[in-house]
Structures are given as C-alpha cells and as structure tokens.
Write a protein that binds this ligand. Structure first.
Ligand code: NDP
Length: 336
C-alpha cells in the first residue's frame, strides 16, 4: 500500500520533501470494516492549511500521518453488510492506494449513485464540496440579482469556474480574474464569462473599471492580497464579498498586511462574510440537485487537470500555487 505521509510542516512554499513515501502491507477488513481502493485523489489549496499548524477549521494533519485528501474509490473487500465490493464511494481516504475504513468512520463515507450518469471525477468537482462552495458562497452570501456584476478571482480554478457559470445562470454580468491569457480565453470562449482579466499582465484597477462599467456588486474572493485591494476600489453601494479563500497568503511566512482600501467597506456598506463549506453540510443535497440538473442541461461545464500516478502527488500539488494547471487538479491513482 503506497502512502505519502506528512514529514514536515512547510516553511513558505510546499516542498516535495515535506512528504515521506512509505510502502505498507495492504490491510484486510475485520468485522464491520471495508477496504477501499483509491481511484482519484483531489488536490486542494486547503491541503496547504492542513499541513500547517496555524489556526484552522479542523485539526491539522499530524506529522507522520498519511496526508489527508478527498478520494473517490471502489470497495474492494467488505465485512459490512451496508457495502458490497464494487460500490463506488468518496471520502477523506488520504494520499494512499488503499484505505481501511472502521465502522465509526463509515459515517464520513458517501456512497455514489450507480450506475454513474456523469464521469467519476465529477464527484471531486461539481458534485463535491467544491460545487457546494461555489453554490452557497455565491447564492447564500452573494445573493446575486439579475443584471448585477459579479467578479470572481482564481476564476479558471475549480471553485471560480463554477461560481462564474452559476452567476451567469442567475442573469449576472460575470468577470473573471485569472493568471494567463489561455485561461482568460477559456473563461470567455468556453464557460460564457462576459470578460476576463489576466492579473499577471493587466493593470488591475483600470482593467476592472473597463470590464465592470456599472461597478461591482459581488466579489467572490478566492485569492486576497493585491487583487482584493484593486476590487475594493470599484465596489458598489451594498456590495457583497463572500470570502471563500485567500490563496495568495497560504504560503506566507509572516502576516500579510492589508487590504489597504478597507475604508471602501465602510463607505460602500460592503458585506464581507467568511464561510467554510462544512457550515452548509445539512444543505449540500440541495446544491447537488441543482448542479446535477445544470450539468444535464449543459449549463455548467467543468475542466480538470488529471495528473497520472500517486507517486506524483507531492509534485502536482505545487501546481495549485504556481497556477500551472487548468480547472480542478486531480491525481489518478488507479484504473476505474
Ligand atoms: P483552484 O483550482 O482555483 O487553484 C488555485 C488557483 O489559485 C491557481 O490555479 C491559481 O490560478 C490561483 N493562485 C494561486 N496563487 C495565487 C496568487 N498568489 N495570486 C493569485 N492567484 C493565485 O483552487 P480551488 O478552486 O480549489 O480553491 C479556490 C479558493 O477557494 C482557495 O482559496 C481555497 O482555499 C478556497 N476554498 C474554500 C472553501 C471554503 O469552504 N471556504 C472550500 C474550497 C475552496 P491563476 O492561474 O488564476 O493564478
């Protein structure tokens, strides 16, 4: 059973040496347990938070522990009447080939609907906590109204690309901020965004002013830092900022100052609301129902970058921070 364990807490950027490779004997289930073979592993910015011991919304991964990660997999052996070999499941099974699940931990495992009507990887993206994050952050906190302008950062990523498409469904003008011309093109040509800005080459404040002639009503925040500051200069009265993530700060070794344009939150009476998607756990089914319908109606598309091989996970996770990937980042561990 190949595994990646947390070897050290990263200082600054994640290094491959922060993970330790191990091979252990594949376990077999005892009474009540099941053995799951991992097929796909989700790599997420929050993995960086779990690797650190800063204040966070759940316990960090302990040093020496198998790295935590969301997986979709298949039941290989079962000593539990509720699961049969061949059942597809998702859960936090970690960076490893096989996971033995105890009866208590079965509570945290989700059985996927079979036969599948969508690709299996959809259960790590639109039909996972990622889809819920876009859905509740935008709809519950952002409360978009037809004709309003929505700006989203990390717009070509897993969450951002869904936020923009849901905002279009709700009748908004949508502007994405992302890190390359190719990604901007994807947003406008494939995903239906009205405009996209490459924050690495554009002068952000004039670019936002040009793309948002009626100002900004909702800013779905994934990044923080200079992008947040630039957006604050253009927010409308009673704008809403669902604060989903601050990826530009996750590798920082010292506290990041700002936003400098904080005064705009006062003058424009802006609502800034942080949220963690587990807050909405009781309502996830509502999101999955709507997103499932939008997928069927082809109102939502999703792009994914699938890296082959568990052995490459420590290298692949760096792509979240250097932006060298398109859409949702996933590692393929074994065949479906
Ligand atoms: P993405 O797929 O968007 O990947 C991260 C992207 O962020 C990169 O591709 C890169 O895209 C961009 N990025 C990285 N570093 C920087 C930087 N310094 N400045 C600007 N952009 C940067 O990840 P997710 O969609 O999974 O996550 C997006 C955000 O949502 C994260 O902040 C994450 O922590 C948060 N999140 C929060 C949840 C919650 O419950 N609150 C749940 C899930 C996610 P680019 O090419 O555009 O630079």
């Amino acid at each position: 059973n190949r595994q990646w364990r947390l070897a050290s807490r990263p200082i600054g950027d994640i290094k491959e040496s922060d993970f330790e490779y191990r091979e252990e004997v594949i376990p077999h289930p005892e009474d009540g347990e099941i053995l799951v073979r991992s097929i796909y592993l989700s790599l997420d910015p929050t993995n960086r938070i779990w690797m650190s011991d800063r204040p966070q919304y759940m316990p960090p991964v302990e040093l020496g522990e198998v790295m935590r990660g969301l997986v979709v997999g298949v039941v290989e052996e079962s000593k539990n009447p509720k699961f049969q070999p061949g059942d597809l499941v998702s859960g936090a099974l970690g960076w490893q080939d096989y996971a033995l699940i105890s009866p208590q931990n079965l509570l945290y495992l989700t059985k996927l609907p079979q036969p599948l009507t969508v690709p299996l990887t959809a259960f790590l993206h639109p039909l996972s906590f990622i889809g819920c994050t876009a859905y509740f952050g935008l709809l519950d906190i952002g409360k978009p109204q037809p004709g309003e302008t929505v700006v989203v950062s990390a717009a070509s990523g897993a969450v951002g690309s869904l936020v923009g498409q849901i905002a279009k469904i709700k009748g908004c003008r949508v502007v994405g901020i992302t890190g390359s011309d190719e990604k901007c093109q994807l947003l406008v040509d494939e995903l239906g965004f009205d405009a996209a800005i490459n924050y690495k080459t554009a002068d952000l404040i004039p670019a936002l002013a040009a793309s948002c002639p009626n100002g900004i009503d909702i800013y779905f925040e994934n990044v923080g830092g200079e992008i947040l500051d630039a957006v604050l200069t253009q927010v409308n009265l009673n704008a809403r900022i669902p604060l989903c993530g601050l990826i530009s700060t996750y590798n920082a070794q010292e506290l990041v100052p700002g936003p400098y344009n904080f005064g705009q939150i006062l003058m424009q009476r802006v609502l800034v609301q942080g949220f963690i998607i587990t807050d909405y756990l009781q309502q996830w089914d509502v999101a999955f129902r709507d997103i499932g319908e939008w997928l069927q109606e082809e109102k939502i598309k999703y792009t994914q970058e699938i890296v082959a091989g568990l052995e490459n996970a420590p290298k692949a996770i760096l792509k979240l921070f250097d932006g060298d990937k398109m859409g949702k980042l996933i590692v393929k561990i074994s065949e479906e």
